[in-house]
Design a protein around this ligand. Structure first.
Ligand code: GLC
Length: 564
């Protein structure tokens, strides 16, 4: 069994702008996070991942910044949230409670306002020129982009700069120029930034679009890119062998790992989009039960997985084969970029409870998004007033393309997943003081859906999360055991069953998920069985190994012996 704390941890993502505003500015702040640490401790999570709080041009109009994912100083805190002294206090308060803190690090690109980029674009011979990726254009007057590369978010990945008459590369929005990781100075600067925050006591990093760090050195065209009707040039469908998942990126991940390992007891979790076999590469090579790349990588296949036996089984099987022991999958169902999971489950609370039981009983590290524990959902917000720069970028897309993008489960207006945390049924849902105006509208359902109310109701989603978190936190089997999907004639076809077990320990956990609208009655084929938790009841028992599962109910049962 592992003795590495992060292998057993549960992560909780805070989007700081939307968590708790103590000043009435309308945006969350560090003091707000500190004021809610007891809530998080009591919830039962351990690791807090904070979306970026570094200086970023958040004083500019919204369509010109990415709310922190465009950093203009890697070694400070945005005054919106507080300052470094308050940050140090946050770290201390988190550690006092036995919790951990993970920073979000955007290594791929900076803000166009970062002094490095300001210098870089000032002249072709500026010492910082080579910190970014500059290329001559094609065509007679050099105004055609250097190649056919598109940005991750559709549209050209190159932007022409009149002043120096070259193009710079941006994998994301055009105010997020990519750093040039082929320059050793850039590499050293970023590794030292990592040391800077580790010296301040942080416990790890979430690495933003880390799969985009390096691009093809010769800048060759992507060999395959289909022009689609919704961008000026090439569309979403492309091969990405020149822009993403380059071997050099994996090598640099190993250097980041070495740097983090200088400190001991820290971990890295990567944001890597793509098939599981590409994600697998980021763990590096495995020898003696250890990998030498990133410790964890978010497994995103879960975001759009439908709740039926076939789909969930295949989701689990892919995770188990792609991230087999000693690797671990990181289970994420919602975050600040995608529709919230409950929204995709048509706001069905029973399904959300089942989803929680699934997430907290799988092998791997669960990652919960703020508000997921109370079932916060996506309101439909008018794209015309959106704050999300990505939504602004996509505003001219024709309807056919918007539908196509939605079909892939992508959010056209990420504001919808970032609305203020719903703490209570008072003004502003308790997020901002009554005189404040929250930066995004509070979801209309806040009077019904908030922490204060759910605390009082033992049948709430919040209490369901607490029960399953408590169980997991006290169960070495659930934290570290292996997973086996169980097929048995006793189980109805709509019930998914898997065991969690430790070699040499007789007691196992059997997880049963009723993925249907029907109640199911059957007998559980084990020697003994005690129900440890149910999503829909606080006191469920089995008599003579017979179980009755309500529609969409999930249970964890302690069993012994083998299914026979
Ligand atoms: C990641 C972040 C997203 C951000 C983008 C650019 O995907 O999760 O919010 O806009 O990278 O940094």
């Amino acid at each position: 069994m592992s003795d590495l704390w992060w292998e057993k941890t549960v992560i909780y993502q805070i989007y700081p702008r939307s968590f708790m505003d103590t000043t009435g500015s309308g945006t969350g702040d560090i003091a707000g996070i500190i004021s809610k640490l007891d809530y998080l401790k009591e919830l039962g999570i351990e690791t807090i991942w904070l979306s970026p709080m570094y200086p970023s041009p958040t004083d500019k109009p919204y369509h010109l910044h990415d709310c922190g994912y465009d950093i203009s100083n890697y070694r400070d805190i945005n005054t919106e949230y507080g300052d470094l002294e308050q940050f140090d206090q946050l770290v201390a308060e988190i550690h006092q409670r036995g919790l951990r803190i993970v920073m979000d690090l955007v290594l791929n690109h900076t803000s166009a306002e970062h002094p490095w980029f300001v210098e870089s674009r000032s002249s072709r011979d500026n010492p910082k020129r080579d910190w970014y990726i500059w290329k001559d254009g094609r065509g007679k007057n050099g105004k055609k982009p250097p190649n056919n590369w598109t940005a991750m978010i559709t549209g050209d990945a190159w932007k022409y700069d009149e002043h120096t008459q070259q193009f710079f590369y941006h994998e994301f929005l055009d105010f997020q120029p990519d750093l040039n990781y082929r320059n050793p100075e850039v590499q050293e600067e970023m590794l030292n930034t990592i040391r800077f925050w580790l010296n301040r006591g942080v416990d790890g990093f979430r690495l933003d679009i880390i799969h985009a760090l390096f691009e093809d050195e010769q800048c060759r065209d992507e060999p395959f890119a289909i022009p689609l009707p919704f961008t000026s040039k090439y569309g979403l469908i492309k091969k990405t062998e020149r822009q993403l998942h380059l071997p050099e990126t994996i090598d640099f991940c190993k250097r980041i790992r070495e740097t983090v390992d200088e400190f001991g007891g820290k971990f890295l979790v990567g944001e890597v989009h793509g098939p599981a076999e590409d994600q697998r590469k980021y763990f590096g090579d495995v020898a003696n039960g250890k990998s030498d790349g990133l410790n964890l990588v978010f497994y995103f296949n879960s975001l759009n997985t439908l709740l039926n036996v076939k789909k969930v089984k295949s989701l689990i099987k892919t995770a188990e084969s792609s991230f087999a022991d000693p690797l671990l999958p990181t289970w994420v169902f919602s975050n600040h970029d995608f529709p919230r999971r409950i929204f995709r489950l048509k706001n069905d609370i029973k399904k959300a409870k089942l989803n929680a039981a699934l997430q907290l009983s799988l092998r791997g590290v669960p990652c919960i998004y703020y508000g997921e524990e109370i079932g916060m959902s996506n309101p439909t917000l008018d794209p015309k007033t959106s704050k999300d720069a990505l939504s602004h970028h996509l505003r001219l897309l024709p309807a056919v393309s918007r539908n196509l993008i939605r079909h892939f489960g992508l959010l056209l207006n990420r504001d919808e997943a970032r609305t203020p945390m719903q703490w209570s049924s008072t003004e502003n849902a308790g997020f901002s003081p009554p005189e404040g105006l929250p930066w995004l509208p509070v979801n209309d359902n806040f009077k019904r859906c908030n922490v204060e109310q759910q605390e009082k109701n033992p049948g709430s989603l919040l209490h369901c999360y607490k029960r399953f978190l408590k169980l997991r936190n006290n169960s070495p089997v659930l934290q570290s055991g292996a997973l086996k999907i169980i097929e048995h004639p006793n189980f109805p076809s709509s019930v998914l069953a898997y065991e969690r077990y430790l070699v040499d320990a007789p007691a196992k956990c059997l997880v049963l998920l009723n993925l249907s609208n029907r109640a199911e009655h059957f007998s559980v084929p084990y020697q003994n069985g005690e129900i440890l938790a149910s999503t829909l009841s606080q006191s469920k028992v089995m008599v003579a190994n017979k179980i009755a599962l309500e529609a969409w109910e999930a249970v964890i049962i302690e069993v012994e012996g083998i299914a026979s």
